[in-house]
Design a protein around this ligand. Structure first.
Ligand code: IPE
Ligand code: IPE
Ligand code: MG
Length: 256
């Protein structure tokens, strides 16, 4: 199916509501071209732009992009500081366009470790786009799934300590409200580029029932066709949520 015919035929109710992407392979993409790793990160920004605009146009509700993990601080200092610079530049350059396109931007992760000026830019971009009703774009920066769960646990523990909820009555929902993506649908489709088949501490709670899609493509090569292929693959999956295949077929029959 060509991506064009896919666009025309797609039933919006079948789309994944929340797509999360582990944008991997920038360094190898650059290396294959005899260039420095930063060249790959810069090329990756174009892939981000294409992915955001395609997801927005298709009517995806939430797109969460893994930009920098809590483990990425372990990289050479120079790469980390150039990545921070790139983040600042891209944020400054893209935010107006995002706003014009109705995108609501949110940065998730422990941003307290970023420079004050980067934190201010993030706050300004979030405030500018806060009332937009198009795609919700979460950029995960200094994000780790374990960090996310832990910061939620601390808030919950404080509630218990204040006597607001008895510990024995705690539910999953009580924790969920404190997670980074609270109020948003869980991840339906998780995409990872570059051929690695691991989650690398991304969206551990939110992706509990996500369909996992791994592609050999390096992130800078990921484009509109790549995203529509991943969505077409997702639409053909049978999601069971613990039920049997027969139960799911019977439920779909009732819906028709
Ligand atoms: C992903 O590409 C971008 C970030 C983690 C910031 P990589 O930089 O991990 O690229 P590879 O995996 O080394 O090819
Ligand atoms: C995961 O990619 C983080 C981002 C895409 C930002 P990495 O390239 O850092 O993952 P590992 O360390 O190889 O698993
Ligand atoms: Mg990598």
């Amino acid at each position: 199916m060509s991506s064009q015919s896919f666009h025309q035929e797609i039933d919006p109710s079948l789309l994944p509501k929340h797509i999360a992407v582990i944008m991997d392979g920038n360094g190898r993409w650059a290396k294959a071209r005899g260039k420095a790793r930063m060249f790959g990160h810069k090329a990756g920004v174009d892939a981000v732009r294409k992915t955001v605009s395609t997801a927005n146009r298709l009517g995806v509700q939430v797109l969460t992009l893994f930009a920098f993990s809590s483990e990425n601080w372990r990289r050479p200092e120079e790469e980390v500081s150039l990545l921070m610079e790139l983040f600042v530049t891209v944020l400054g350059r893209e935010v107006k366009r995002l706003h014009k396109n109705g995108v609501k931007l949110k940065v998730i992760g422990d941003t307290t470790r970023f420079s004050q000026s980067l934190q201010d830019k993030i706050a300004a971009a979030e405030a500018l786009t806060a009332n937009n009703t198009g795609l919700v774009l979460n950029v995960a920066a200094n994000y780790g799934g374990q960090w996310d769960i832990m910061q939620a646990v601390k808030k919950l523990a404080a509630q218990v300590e204040r006597g607001e909820i008895p510990a024995e009555q705690l539910t999953e929902g009580d924790l969920q409200v404190h997670l980074s993506c609270s109020g948003l649908p869980d991840v339906d489709l998780m995409i990872r580029t570059s051929g690695e088949c691991r989650i690398s501490n991304f969206m551990l709670w939110q992706a509990a029932y996500a369909e996992l899609y791994f592609t050999e493509q390096f992130w800078p090569d990921f484009d509109e066709t790549s995203l529509t292929e991943a969505i077409a693959w997702f639409i053909n999956r049978e999601r069971r949520f613990g039920c049997t295949g027969e139960q799911i077929k019977a439920m779909l029959q009732v819906e028709k």
